[in-house]
Design a protein around this ligand. Structure first.
Ligand SMILES: Cc1cc2nc3c(=O)[nH]c(=O)nc-3n(C[C@H](O)[C@H](O)[C@H](O)COP(=O)(O)OP(=O)(O)OC[C@H]3O[C@@H](n4cnc5c(N)ncnc54)[C@H](O)[C@@H]3O)c2cc1C
Length: 417
């Protein structure tokens, strides 16, 4: 079934009786060519591109819960390509280009809204660093623009421009950045993969990885053993646990990140704004809620909920940047588990076990990476060679120390990235 304006019209006129489920609910087969562990954004995108780009359709995605119930449905939906370091910059640039054609590609409305994102500067030194970043982005073919406090005063008059501690000097704007509806991204990729023959198997937790003489043979699950020629681990915050099933110890710590949404307000914020003197970022959802977040909860955890001290910390940053937010009521907050690497950059690589691959370490930036990661991981799993956009996202950089990509220059402490 293809979605179109005509289809909506005809269904509307005939009682909406012709819609079909987005994907099947198959029982697991005893054997697949490829098993993807994890039905989040990255796992589903990988399965989609394996089928679409490489014609590999005897694939199962095994998800312990329900599709999209992990971080792909818990993030603050920001999409951008404003990275500075080689390795990250070409990867996220490629991913943003895929976003720009995603709705046509999937025949699914992911509600991509290129409303722009601005990184604020609060000092001359910070402005220099951001302008340098902007030049790097433009050199690579992406858009970047320096915007003045006057421009901001006109568009976002409620920002605290003249705060004695953190006056606003300007900002680096990427107009092609923005937001997308996060769960629709999972559903769109799931539907596209299912249409190409991929089995999406929910309520199927992987409990073991079968390896014989250094070669992967399949997985053990709560629905029985399943054999496979190749296995991809794409389990985000649970990557360390699942990799341990194959005897691997990953350079990853799992930390909670919280997000918040207020009651619906009239349109007042037409872009995504990131504070430059604290970890705080904010946008307005299409329903009117202000969606915002800040730092990690700062301790390692697998709990998908956060604690009150970080609520206070984020609220302080919010009040510092835009005091008017104090009048809005918070409706909900929630948490997700972030797979934090020591340099804050991701991993898309093979492992020491033949046929076993891993895609992880997305920290809190993995939503924007979904198309690029799925594309590159499918390429690696299908061809055995890294896609050119992801050549530097190697696992062994943490062993050798060569090729680390510490975008923020905060050093090897997982929770500071
Ligand atoms: C509050 C918050 C805000 C964020 N904001 C942004 C943002 O604005 N922009 C951005 O780019 N990124 C953001 N992120 C990060 C982004 O959401 C994640 O990096 C990304 O979603 C992780 O990849 P995923 O979608 O594949 O993960 P998930 O959706 O978590 O998928 C992993 C799946 O693996 C499954 N799984 C785990 N173990 C097993 C097992 N043993 N067997 C079977 N299945 C298993 C899990 O159930 C889960 O469904 C944010 C995250 C959070 C929590």
């Amino acid at each position: 079934m293809r979605f179109s304006g005509l289809k909506i019209l005809t269904e509307g006129l005939t009682g909406n009786r012709g819609w079909t489920p987005h994907w099947r609910d198959p029982a697991p087969k005893p054997e697949y060519d490829v098993i993807i562990i994890g039905g989040g954004g990255h796992g589903l995108a990988t399965a989609y591109y394996l089928a679409k780009n490489h014609g590999i359709t005897n694939v199962a995605v095994l998800e312990k819960g329900y599709l999209g119930g992990g971080n792909v449905g818990r993030n603050t939906t920001i999409v951008r390509a404003n990275y500075f370091l080689p390795g990250n910059s070409e990867f996220y640039s490629h991913s943003l280009k895929l976003w720009e054609n995603l709705e046509q590609d999937l025949n699914y409305n992911v509600m991509l809204s290129q409303r722009g994102q601005v990184l604020l500067s609060h000092s001359d030194g910070q402005s220099d660093a951001l302008i340098r970043r902007g030049n790097a982005m433009r050199n690579q073919g992406d858009d970047a623009e320096w915007i003045s406090p006057e421009y901001m005063r006109k568009n976002w008059p409620y920002l605290n421009f003249d705060s004695p501690r953190f006056p606003i000097y300007g900002g680096l704007m990427q107009r092609r950045a923005g937001t997308a509806r996060h769960d629709a991204v999972a559903w769109g990729y799931a539907r596209g993969a299912d249409q190409r023959g991929v089995d999406l198997i929910q309520n199927c937790e992987v409990t073991g990885i079968d390896i014989e003489n250094g070669v992967v043979k399949g997985v053990q699950t709560t629905r029985g053993a399943i054999r496979a020629g190749k296995v991809g681990i794409v389990t985000a915050g649970r990557s360390g646990q699942v990799a341990a099933m194959a005897g691997m110890r990953l350079p990853i710590e799992s930390h909670v990140l919280q997000a918040f949404v207020t009651e619906g307000l009239k349109p007042c914020l037409d872009t995504v704004i990131s504070f430059g003197m604290g970890h705080f970022y904010i946008s307005q959802s299409d329903k009117g809620g202000l969606v915002f977040g800040g730092d990690l909860d700062m301790y390692a955890s697998y709990a998908q909920r956060g604690n009150l001290p970080m609520v206070e910390h984020v609220a302080e940053a919010a009040m510092t940047l835009m005091p008017m937010i104090g009048k809005a009521k918070i409706l909900r907050s929630w948490g997700g588990i972030m797979d934090m690497t020591p340099d804050g950059s991701p991993i898309i690589d093979r492992t020491d076990t033949d046929g076993l691959f891993i895609d992880c370490g997305w920290c809190y930036g993995g939503f924007k990476a979904v198309p690029g990661s799925g594309y590159a991981f499918a390429h690696l799993m299908a061809t055995g060679t890294p896609h050119k956009s992801a050549e530097r996202l190697r696992l062994d950089r943490f062993r050798t120390g060569r090729g680390l990509m510490d975008e923020e220059g905060t050093g090897a402490q997982h929770n500071l990235h």
